[in-house]
Design a protein around this ligand. Structure first.
Ligand code: UD1
Length: 420
């Protein structure tokens, strides 16, 4: 297994081109199951999660080609509707094929995704909503078996909690359903907004895009003609590089980024005393001598993203005072705490709240990546830790960060990928 060797950097400097958003790509790839044509998707990040979902579609009979960040996906040859455990177990987001498969074929089987390092992550809300749309759902031998032989029927869904992949599943299902579906308490994440926009451009009438109440007028199983489109920039990748610059007191510029998708993140960085300038597709962050402590509560978009929590925790170890982070979305998303503590961070945990005492000197040592975003927090901390930090289990990072080593090296970080 490979690991990263990171040594303290004297400061970063330069430009980082932000990749397409993994979390926008996944529902949009699953959406191609609704198309009658071969679909071209541009600006896809070539990360493991994307390859996994393409492989899942291929296993169902689709033809896919991924080259230089563009994929063509032809689902007209799909002849199987079973998403098997061997793939779903490696990526929870495989559940995104449930809505499109059921809507198009009237039946499907998808392996239950199970829990993961950051919590239980149930899919009860996805299933309840599909049942309301007329599906019969049974769970047997670890599989969700869904059937709606006469097609799904539009209805009013009220989500008890805001769920990102749950919203995506019901939006895609509703697109081919008969009649009108209203989704109340829908996720408003930019990734969900892009899914709605592409569906609208493909002929599905959707009202309320970007709000918590969506109205979707289904095509009654008429397949869509989807024109080529480009994935929006990855706001979490962008936020990660901003934290890396902030902790190492550096000036870097992000290109191909959407500042309007990062408002809560930029606002926290500015509260910390960091100067940031941006225009429509560029963000520049400037070095700050001191860092103010902050209080963070993770929330659904447009609140502070849970996917940026670990990176900010690393940053808060260098703030001049006590910061707090309350994790409201996932019950177990503090696995990075013990690894940051190994580096010397002073963090105390109580329930879903962490208190981070800054500023403290971090010292390089061996640490272990525990989930995707937790892993990037370790890279960020390692940039200012004295000596050398070896980060193991980096396969977590490769699920979601495109060319991370190359991008960090380009801005002057001392990072190598080595064999154990
Ligand atoms: C998505 C993102 C992930 C991000 C998360 C929250 C993708 C591929 N992943 O994950 O990076 O951290 O949103 O922004 O886009 N819940 C239920 N029942 C359900 C569904 C969800 O109780 O049926 C709960 C979850 O346990 C969690 C909360 O709702 O507490 C939000 O989860 P959800 O938005 O569904 O997360 P994902 O879509 O899995």
């Amino acid at each position: 297994m490979d690991y990263f060797k990171v040594s303290k950097a004297d400061g970063l400097n330069g430009i980082v081109k932000i990749s397409g958003a993994k979390n926008a790509s996944l529902p949009l790839i699953a959406m191609t199951l609704l198309a009658k044509n071969s679909v071209t998707i541009n600006n896809l990040p070539e990360v493991v999660d994307i390859k996994t979902l393409l492989k899942l579609l291929e296993n169902l009979g689709a033809k896919t080609v991924l080259k230089n960040g563009s994929a063509t996906i032809d689902t007209s040859s799909v002849n199987d509707t079973k998403a098997t455990y061997d793939i779903v177990k490696t990526m929870r987001a495989s559940i995104l094929v449930l809505g499109p498969l059921l809507a198009r074929f009237g039946r499907c089987e998808v392996s239950l995704p199970g829990g993961c390092a950051i919590g239980q992550r149930p899919i009860d809300l996805h299933l309840k909503a599909l049942e309301q749309m007329g599906a019969t759902i049974t769970i047997e031998s670890g599989y969700v078996r869904a059937e709606a032989p006469d097609g799904l029927v539009g209805t009013h869904i009220v989500f008890d909690k805001v769920t990102v992949t749950g919203s995506a599943n019901i939006i895609t299902a509703a697109s081919l359903a008969r009649g009108k579906t209203i989704i109340t308490n829908a996720a408003r994440e930019p990734e969900v907004v892009q899914l709605c926009e592409i569906l609208r451009l493909s002929g599905v009438s959707i009202d309320g895009i970007g709000t918590a109440e969506l109205t979707i007028y289904g095509t009654d199983r008429r397949l869509l003609c989807i024109e080529p489109f480009e994935i929006i920039p990855d706001r979490i990748e962008a936020g990660t590089y901003l934290c890396a610059a902030a902790i190492s007191r550096s000036k870097i510029t992000l290109k191909k980024v959407r500042a309007d998708h990062l408002e809560s993140v930029l606002s926290k960085l500015m509260q910390m005393g960091i100067k940031i300038e941006h225009d429509s597709d560029t963000i520049t962050i400037y070095p700050s001598k001191s860092l103010n402590p902050v209080d963070i509560i993770t929330q659904e978009y447009p609140g502070f993203p849970t996917d940026m929590q670990a990176q900010f925790m690393a940053l808060c170890t260098q703030a001049d005072g006590v910061s707090t982070i309350e994790e409201r979305l996932f019950e177990n998303r503090f696995m990075h705490v013990s690894e940051l503590q190994r580096l010397g961070a002073k963090i105390t945990l109580k329930g879903n709240s962490a208190t981070i005492e800054g500023s403290c000197q971090l010292h390089g040592c061996d640490v272990m990546a525990t989930d995707l975003r937790a892993s990037s927090a370790l890279v960020i901390a390692a940039l200012v830790a004295s000596g050398q930090t070896d980060i193991h289990r980096i396969y977590h990072l490769e699920r979601g960060y495109e060319r991370l080593v190359e991008k960090f090296k380009n801005i002057g970080a001392n990072i190598e990928r080595l064999k154990e």
